[in-house]
Ligand binder design. Structure first.
Ligand code: SF4
Ligand code: SF4
Length: 381
């Protein structure tokens, strides 16, 4: 396979590849490749150079055209791979995955969406299990477009850089981010921040009131290490999202939901969204029996990446328990132990919960999707 053909969407981004493969053929792509553009190239080394988020669709199109292999060169994800990444077209790519590398948090927000403020015990995602789980994910998916290392507060895990480097090693294609409330960032050893920067990791800052109070210090620490830091929109409100009385049909909540992409890997399991994964903490604390059975067991040898993606595209059992909208209340920190009440999460079966909240969410959903896309673009180097 001496002949190299680079399919690209932005000529400016192909310079490193053209330098690497002098004499290569270059073909501009307008959207996913079609049969005409790929036919007869089975014996060539094909490289798709495209924005990170477009690569799922491009690879899926190449698979449909019965291409056996290809390589990708993602851009706009904060990390330029040293060379194109060979991919196995028999597998899909997952669009997004988050993982909780520390189970507790220093802020303990009332109504934390991961129920971190209900965790009395400290603890981290065991690194050996984390690596094993990532390797299993690699058996199921050729890549993951975005990986977010979260908590609780991920900077409470002293080995955070090991986790980030392992992600980069196993999924070199990913847009790698840490999600943090930022408060600890000025206290983190510069050597750790430099390691995070060197593996192409950036930090998404959840912008709570105590975070805003430290914004200058956080930015100074990030700038000193040269690591990208994206402040989210100011969060002054949190939301009740779980129905006190689950609905019969999971579909309406799923259709209205803005978190359907938030797949979560933790402790040997993969969940369609973080709520489906973390609800066991709520059940354990309050003696409730919300469904906990929406998880894939990563040790199941029959798992198949395509089947997982199909399952994630449909409502699952726990969606019956999510409101079709959320009820806001003013954000409050340091609410844990006996102070945390199940009412902090629950939507009562009232007119507000039944009609007004769903209407608000329907209106906000397009804006939320646009905002997410804008934040994603902001990251691009
Ligand atoms: S900052 Fe708040 S919402 Fe985020 S993990 Fe910590 S307690 Fe939960
Ligand atoms: S359980 Fe369903 S509706 Fe609820 S957050 Fe997850 S995907 Fe959305």
């Amino acid at each position: 396979m001496d002949h190299v053909c680079i399919f690209y969407t932005d000529e400016n981004k192909t310079a490193p590849l053209r330098a690497r493969y002098p004499g290569c053929e270059t073909v501009r792509l307008h959207g996913a490749p079609d049969g005409a553009v790929l036919s007869g190239r089975e014996d060539q080394r094909v490289i798709f150079a495209a924005p990170n988020d477009d690569l799922q669709a491009i690879a899926a199109a190449a698979k449909d055209l019965r291409f056996a292999s290809a390589a990708v060169y993602p851009y706009n994800n904060g990390f330029a791979p040293a060379e194109p990444i060979a991919i196995d077209l028999s597998k899909p790519r997952l669009d997004y995955m988050e993982t909780e590398i520390c189970h507790v948090c220093n802020l303990n927000c009332k109504g934390c969406c991961d129920f971190s403020n209900l965790r009395a015990e400290t603890g981290v995602y065991d690194f050996a299990v984390f690596e094993k789980d990532l390797l299993r994910m690699k058996e199921l998916f050729w890549g993951i477009a975005k990986i977010r290392l979260m908590g609780g507060e991920p900077f409470l895990n002293p080995n955070i850089a090991d986790y980030a480097e392992k992600c980069r090693e196993i999924f070199p294609d990913c847009d790698l981010r840490i999600v943090s409330n930022g408060i600890l960032l000025p206290t983190i050893d510069q050597g750790i921040l430099t390691r995070l920067r060197d593996c192409g990791c950036s930090i998404d800052i959840s912008n709570y009131p105590p975070t805003r109070a430290k914004r200058k210090e956080i930015e100074t620490a990030a700038d000193a290490a040269g690591i990208g830091c994206n402040f989210g929109i100011p969060m002054n409100y949190f939301f009740r999202t779980i129905l006190e009385t689950p609905a019969e049909d999971p579909a309406p909540a799923f259709r209205n939901c803005i978190f359907t992409h938030c797949h979560m890997m933790n402790d040997g399991r993969l969940a369609p969204c973080s709520y489906a994964y973390c609800i066991s903490r709520f059940n354990k604390t309050f003696g409730t029996d919300y469904p906990e059975n929406d998880l894939f067991d990563l040790s199941d040898p029959t798992l198949d990446g395509w089947r997982i993606i199909e399952a994630f595209s449909k409502p699952h059992e726990f969606c019956r328990c999510c409101g079709r909208g959320a009820i806001p209340y003013r954000w409050k920190g340091h609410v844990s132990g006996k102070e945390a009440k199940k009412e902090d999460w629950l939507i009562r079966d009232t007119a507000l919960g039944r009609t007004l909240a769903p209407a608000i969410q329907r209106t906000l959903k397009p804006a939320a999707i646009r905002l997410r896309a804008a934040i994603r673009k902001k990251r691009a180097p």
